[in-house]
Design a protein around this ligand. Structure first.
Ligand code: DGL
Length: 265
């Protein structure tokens, strides 16, 4: 079925999921929307996040997509269930896939969770982990300084290294053996996070498991593209296409990507 998969996030973070989807499903077309002009969502009130998430979802739905991925944990925690109920296409988020992945890896049932203020407050990961294994011990930590570093393209800088170390200091004193990157922006900081925490902690991002879920759903519905049905990916941002493009081209390894600026709603 030659329709595209819609992927949305508050900014460039969802590209970490888009990259996994295009790796695991190379015949699929992706329409990506980053609401960069209103990023970050993490510190915003729930009602505002809900409204913005709906506006993004409706924009992509109007592009005639066959499936929607809410590739933003903050938006998933607030609006996944209601959008899923309202739309007549499959809609998935990134929290259940991340939690499933962490449960697979942990040996001592002690898991750290990094996320935005909104995601950590929602306790969505703790609930998902406890549903899967009630004895899991969790260490949630909000990291409000991480998203601005990623959006500005500074995720490799010495400043980033310092902020990662300061933010994760308390977590390093715990006995977690697995850490969930519960924000889709954080995988861009993954090398620094792994370096700081050392090899005793398995760092998990939800992209891989989310892409697996997409594959299973489309296969079940008999809606996977054939080799000839791939179209050109489209990238939309509500912010500056120049700044979005700097991170997006490097991360997606696509120098010819076209980026269109749009207005929401
Ligand atoms: N990438 C988003 C997430 O997964 C949100 C970052 C933000 O806008 O604060 O939570």
């Amino acid at each position: 079925m030659s329709k595209a998969i819609g992927i949305m996030d508050s900014g460039v973070g969802g590209l970490t999921v888009a990259k996994e989807v295009s790796h695991q499903l190379p015949n699929e077309t992706i329409y990506y929307l980053g609401d960069t002009a209103r990023c970050p969502y993490g510190p915003r009130p729930v009602e505002e996040v809900r409204q913005y998430t709906w506006e993004m979802a409706e924009f992509l739905y109007r592009q005639d997509i066959k499936m929607l991925i809410i590739a933003c944990n903050t938006a998933t925690a607030v609006a996944l269930e209601e959008i899923k109920t309202a739309f007549d296409i499959p809609v998935i988020g990134v929290i259940s896939p991340g939690a499933r992945s962490a449960i697979k890896y942990t040996k001592n049932d002690t898991i750290g969770i990094l996320g935005t203020v909104g995601t950590i407050k929602s306790k969505a990961y703790e609930d998902a982990l406890k549903d899967l294994r009630p004895t899991t011990v969790t260490y949630p930590l909000a990291c409000p300084k991480f998203v601005p570093l990623v959006e500005s393209g500074e995720y490799n800088s010495s400043m980033a290294k310092k902020i990662v170390a300061e933010t994760l200091y308390s977590l390093k004193q715990t006995n977690i053996d697995t850490l969930i990157l519960g924000c889709t922006h954080y995988p861009l900081l993954q090398p620094l996070i792994e370096q700081y925490l050392g090899s005793g902690v398995k760092v998990i991002s939800s992209g891989d498991e989310t892409a697996r879920e997409v594959s299973a759903i489309l296969a079940y519905r008999d809606e996977l593209n054939s080799r000839h049905e791939k179209m050109k990916n489209k990238y939309y941002t509500t912010g500056s296409p120049v700044i979005f493009g700097q991170v997006a081209r490097e991360w997606m390894n696509d120098q010819h990507m076209t980026i269109q600026q749009i207005k929401l709603p």
